[in-house]
Design a protein around this ligand. Structure first.
Ligand SMILES: C[S@@+](CC[C@H](N)C(=O)[O-])C[C@H]1O[C@@H](n2cnc3c(N)ncnc32)[C@H](O)[C@@H]1O
Length: 316
């Protein structure tokens, strides 16, 4: 099953005998496994049309027309794929690599993590889910003496290695972190936990990270705020509206200077994050929903609410 999500721009052209200009529009994210019926219903929902009794019809290239009750209408039937782990393609890793921190929505979370970390001069850090190296470079810029960046995605690690960052060791991992027990002075995981698909996987990761922490050291997890879903921020947006349940997967459109990237994020609540950390034997010492320093400088939803959650947990 292809994992690509389609980003579909839908505009309302006319209605009630009126031609609209500008045309109101929505971007709808659809997996290739969605049926045309689901797409038609999503369009109706996006334009607040609850009555589904009128005509829904698509004309495909080659002039094939799809409409109820065509047998082809439900072409693939139900939402299936994308329930497993998300994997970046080489192109996806390249786009992610173009993001940077300054001026992006991510800057708000990184700044909060910087404040939570305080002085880390010369310390050894683990960066769990290091991606293409942005968060490892960030730790080094704060003075960390050595950073171990681990990630399961080969394309992300390849890009990270290409940075040739001094003082950083990047390793591709499956589940085990190749570090001895109690060997690091601190750990972070930034923008990673939204890619974790089950509470068991989240607890397992927290346990494995906790194993590597020296007693008294901290694990800081920064992730998407549970209130950020359905919102549009400068660097990413969650186009799907409606209530989500823990563990539900929803598309996230990431806007980078090199183009747009659609990834699958998982909705988790504060309680989900907190219980995974506690189950690993860690004590939560702070939970923060940081706002930008100057909210009025943002024309997107950062002005209204925090895009992220930052949890600090300590090993006793
Ligand atoms: C959105 S990127 C964030 C990268 C980096 N921390 C940053 O902020 O720039 C998330 C990364 O987490 C990695 N990841 C997700 N789940 C993981 C897991 N279970 N084990 C290791 N890496 C994981 C992904 O492969 C991806 O590179």
């Amino acid at each position: 099953m292809a994992r690509t999500w389609l980003s579909i721009q839908v505009n309302l052209v006319e209605g009630h005998g009126e031609q609209y200009w500008p045309r109101p529009g929505r971007i709808i994210a659809a997996a290739r496994s969605h049926s045309f019926k689901q797409l038609a219903d999503a369009i109706d929902d996006a334009f607040a049309r609850g009555d589904r009794s009128r005509l829904q019809e698509f004309t495909l290239t080659g002039q094939t027309r799809l409409r109820r009750p065509d047998p082809d209408w439900e072409i693939e039937g139900e939402i299936t794929g994308d329930c497993g782990r998300y994997s970046y393609t080489s192109g996806g890793a390249e786009l992610y690599d173009a993001l940077g921190i300054e001026g992006t929505t991510y800057e708000i979370g990184f700044e909060a993590v910087r404040l939570a970390l305080g002085d880390i001069q010369g310390q050894v850090f683990l960066d769990f889910g290091c991606g293409t190296g942005r968060s490892a470079a960030f730790l080094r810029s704060l003075g960390a003496g050595r950073v171990y960046g681990v990630d399961r995605d080969p394309d992300m690690i390849e890009k990270a290695l290409a940075r040739r960052l001094g003082g950083v060791v990047f390793t591709r991992i499956d589940e085990v972190i190749p570090l001895p027990d109690e060997s690091v002075d601190g750990a972070v995981s930034l923008n990673v936990f939204i890619e974790i698909r089950t509470p068991a996987e989240m607890s397992g990761i927290c346990r494995e990270v906790a194993r590597t922490l020296r007693p008294g050291s901290r694990f800081i997890v920064e992730s998407t705020s549970p209130l950020a879903f359905g919102r549009t921020f400068r660097s990413y947006s969650y186009p799907a509206s409606g209530e989500l349940r823990s563990g539900e997967i929803t598309p996230c459109i990431v806007t980078t200077p090199a183009g747009e990237l659609v990834i699958d994020d998982t909705y988790w609540t504060e309680a989900d994050y907190a219980s995974a950390l506690r189950e690993a034997g860690l004590t939560i010492t702070a939970i923060d929903y940081p706002m930008p320093r100057d909210p009025s400088a943002w024309s997107t939803n950062e002005a209204l609410l925090s895009p992220c959650i930052v949890l600090t947990a300590t090993k006793s």
